[in-house]
Design a protein around this ligand. Structure first.
Ligand code: NDP
Length: 333
C-alpha cells in the first residue's frame, strides 16, 4: 500500500517536504470491515486549513498520519455483511491506495445513475455547498445581481448556474480568459472578470454590475472581496463560503475595513460550513440530479492521472490549475 502522510506543518504554500510517501503492506480486513481500492480521490482547498495546528470546525491533521479526504473506492475484500465485493463506495477516507473501512463510514454509490466521480463533485460536497450557501443564505430573487468569486471552480460554477436558474444576473470572477469564456459561453454567465489581468477590480465590478450587487458568494477573500463589497446594494447578502486567497498567507493580513459597507447597506454576511445542512443533503442531491438531467446544470471535472500526482493536484488549486472539480484518478473498477 502507498500512503501520503503529513510530516510537518506548512508555512505558506505547502511543499513536497511537508509530506512523506510511506509504503505499507496491504491490510487485511477484520470482522465487520472491508478493504477498498481507491478509484478517485478528491483534493480540496479546506485541506490546507487542516494542515495548520489551529482550532476549526474539524480537527487538524495529525502529524505522521495519512491525510484524510473524500474518496471513491471499490470493495475488493469484505468481512462486513453489508459491503459486497465490487460495491462502489464514497467516504471520508484518505490519500492512500488501499483502505480498511466499516459500513457506517461510507455510502454506497450506484454507478448506473451517473459516472461515479460525480459523487465527489456535481452530486457531492461542492454542489451541496453551492446549493445551501446560495439558496439558504443568499436567498436569490429574480432580477437580482449575483457575483461569485472562484467562479470556475467546483463550488463557484454551480453557484452561478443555480443563480441563473433562479433568474438572476450572474457575474463570475476567475483567474483566466479560458475559464471566463467557458463560464459565459457554456454556462450562461452574464459577465465575467479575470482578476489576474484586470488593473482595477473596483471599476470592473461597477461596469459588470450596473445595478449594484445583491448577493456576493464569497470563495476567495482578500482584495477581490474588498472590490465587490464596495458595490453592495441595500440588504445585500454575502454567503461566506471560503477565503482561498488567505489560506497560504504567512502573516496576518490587513486591508480595507468593510464593516461600514455592511452597516450602511443593512447587509448580511454569514459564514457557513456545508455540514450544518446535513439533514437536507438528500433533498438537495435529488434537486441537483434533476437539474442535471434537465440540462439546466452542467459540470466539468479536472482529472489528474495517477496517485503519484496527488500532491501536485492539491497544490494546483492554489494556482488555479483546475477548471471545475479537481480529482485524482487512481484506478478503474
Ligand atoms: P475550486 O475548485 O474553486 O479551486 C480553487 C480555485 O480557487 C482555483 O482554481 C483558483 O481559480 C482559485 N484561487 C486560488 N487561489 C486564489 C487566490 N489567491 N485568489 C483568487 N482565487 C484563487 O475549489 P472549491 O470549489 O472546492 O472551493 C472554493 C471555495 O469554497 C474555497 O475557498 C473552499 O475553501 C470553499 N469551500 C467551503 C465549503 C464550506 O462548507 N464552507 C465547502 C467546500 C469549499 P482561479 O484561476 O480563478 O484563480
Amino acid at each position: 500500500n502507498l500512503q501520503i502522510r503529513l510530516v510537518s506543518r506548512p508555512h505558506g504554500l505547502p511543499k513536497e517536504e511537508n509530506f512523506s510517501w510511506v509504503k505499507q503492506p496491504i491490510p487485511e480486513p477484520a470482522e465487520g470491515q472491508a478493504l477498498i481500492r481507491t478509484l478517485y480521490l478528491s483534493v480540496d482547498p479546506y485541506m490546507r486549513g487542516r494542515m495548520n495546528d489551529q482550532k476549526s470546525y474539524v480537527a487538524p491533521y495529525e502529524l505522521n498520519e495519512v491525510i484524510t479526504g473524500g474518496v471513491i473506492g471499490e470493495v475488493i475484500k469484505s468481512k462486513s455483511p453489508s459491503l459486497i465485493k465490487g460495491d462502489i463506495i464514497l467516504g471520508n477516507i484518505g490519500w492512500q491506495k488501499y483502505s480498511l473501512i466499516s459500513s457506517e463510514q461510507v455510502r454506497k454509490i450506484d454507478p448506473d445513475i451517473a459516472p461515479i466521480s460525480t459523487a465527489l463533485g456535481i452530486l457531492g460536497m461542492p454542489s451541496l455547498t453551492a446549493y445551501f450557501g446560495l439558496l439558504e443564505i443568499g436567498q436569490p430573487k429574480e432580477g437580482e445581481t449575483v457575483v461569485v468569486s472562484g467562479a470556475a471552480g467546483a463550488v463557484g460554477m454551480i453557484v452561478g448556474q443555480i443563480a441563473k436558474i433562479k433568474g438572476c444576473r450572474v457575474v463570475g470572477i476567475a483567474g483566466s480568459d479560458e475559464k471566463n469564456r467557458y463560464l459565459q459561453e457554456e454556462l450562461g454567465f452574464d459577465a465575467t472578470i479575470n482578476y489576474k489581468t484586470t488593473p482595477n477590480m473596483t471599476d470592473a465590478i461597477a461596469h459588470a454590475c450596473p445595478k449594484g450587487v445583491d448577493i456576493y458568494f464569497e470563495n476567495v477573500g482578500g482584495t477581490i472581496s474588498d472590490a465587490v463589497l464596495s458595490h453592495l446594494n441595500y440588504k445585500a447578502r454575502i454567503p461566506l463560503c471560503g477565503l482561498i486567497s488567505m489560506y497560504n498567507i504567512k502573516d496576518a493580513d490587513v486591508g480595507p475595513r468593510i464593516q461600514s459597507q455592511l452597516l450602511i447597506n443593512s447587509a448580511l454576511m454569514r459564514g457557513f460550513i456545508v455540514g450544518e445542512f446535513a439533514d437536507r443533503f438528500e433533498e438537495a442531491t435529488t434537486q441537483l440530479a434533476q437539474w442535471l438531467q434537465q440540462g439546466k446544470l452542467k459540470y466539468r471535472e479536472n482529472i489528474v492521472e495517477g496517485f503519484e500526482n496527488t500532491i501536485q493536484a492539491f497544490l494546483g488549486l492554489f494556482s488555479g490549475e483546475n477548471l471545475g472539480k479537481q480529482l485524482v484518478h487512481v484506478a478503474d473498477p
